[in-house]
Design a protein around this ligand. Sequence first.
Ligand code: NAD
Length: 436
Amino acid sequence: MKTQAILKAHASNPTPALKAESLEANPWHQAMAQLDRAGAKMKADSFVLERLRHCKRILTVSIPVRMDDGSLKVFEGYRIQHNIDRGPAKGGIRYHPQVSLDEVKALAFWMTMKCAVVNLPYGGAKGGIICDPKTMSMGELERMTRRYTSEISIIIGPEKDIPAPDVNTNEQVMSWIMDTFSMTVGYSCPGVVTGKPIEAGGSLGRKEATGRGVFYVTRELAQAQGRDLKQMTVAVQGFGNVGSNAANIFHQYGSKVVAVSDVSGGLYNPEGLNIPDILAYSAKHKTIADYPKADHVPVESFLEIPCDILIPAAMENQITSANASRIKAKYIVEGANGPTSGEADRILHDRGIIVIPDILANSGGVTVSYFEWVQDIQAYFWNEDDVNRRLQEIITKAFHEIYETSQREKVDLRMAAFMVGLNRLAKTVKLRGTFP
Ligand code: NAD
């Protein structure tokens, strides 16, 4: 599509006009282009598509925080509910210097699609604060989190919108959110947020769930293609919640994890890395960049490392038109949200590289978040085997529905996932109709 046509196509959304060179890097543009492609392929109702081109609610908040040195700093934060037709809004909260309104909108849209793809009774949301948590003390993070929670408390709640962890937020942050919201309403309300520690109403298996889901869908793909996952090599970009758990689960299964990276550096050993040892090192040093028992790889060229399965599990827009032709993996499994641009998708497809898209590959996180919410509401908790078994059932079923759609319609897995999700969503949107 020519730049002018793209800008015209998105004239109705609030995004300011974008320069051609920044289109590939803009997540909202990428998300809307995915929607347009799937909508055109399915001949979807134009009204449904128009509904999905707009976020239902966008809340921008200012967050004044007293810093440790006595100064006052005001952060900007967002909570966006993209769609709630299929149930309460659901989606993580990100703390990062590059958080932007367009990024949060795109992430909220992908949550809507993801929940429809795995058939959870949720809509999509996302939140974020523009900040650099690496430079903040625990006290500053807690005060920022509590004030942000207070500011967005007018739109969140167990029946309205349920946040969860995302980049640079963790179980501790979720506990502060739960506590602040509970203090506001006057009673303990664990169902307001998921990804909490077990002791604060969390679910067994939630911490590992996204990485575990990444593993399940990869195993299904390998099986469907007659490949033995134990004989395949794996590289994981990002060693946070998703990446480190995915690396560990592949390692435990017996696949050779040959490379892992975080924001500061990459590690490589063609004979396979000792993942438990790297996990222990990471827990102690907070980064894996200086881990001594592996070759070091620069983050810029990490994705081009020789491997069979590449798992981007860091940030969006990592695989682009600039590096897609140099990727060596046969499968890309998107642990992160939006790591592959549309331009890169086309290059990878032409090269026969199979991409399991984010809205399926990383849906294990929201699936077990859903289990956590159900357990909190019922005040009845499951054992870890039950959690993992139900996760496997849901994500495997979604994988096969999408894989079969892709074979039948002769489309890639991203298009197939969008077709499955959009179809489900469109039915609900049409049945509910338009108020008033
Ligand atoms: P996290 O903060 O726990 O970890 C992020 C990791 O990425 C860190 O190791 C960081 O050093 C690394 N990183 C950042 N930029 C990098 C770069 N340029 N190169 C290499 N590494 C880099 O975050 P997370 O929760 O693991 O989320 C990672 C991705 O997965 C995000 O896209 C998030 O939206 C997505 N996701 C997370 C969950 C979840 O349950 N946490 C669920 C679904 C999707």
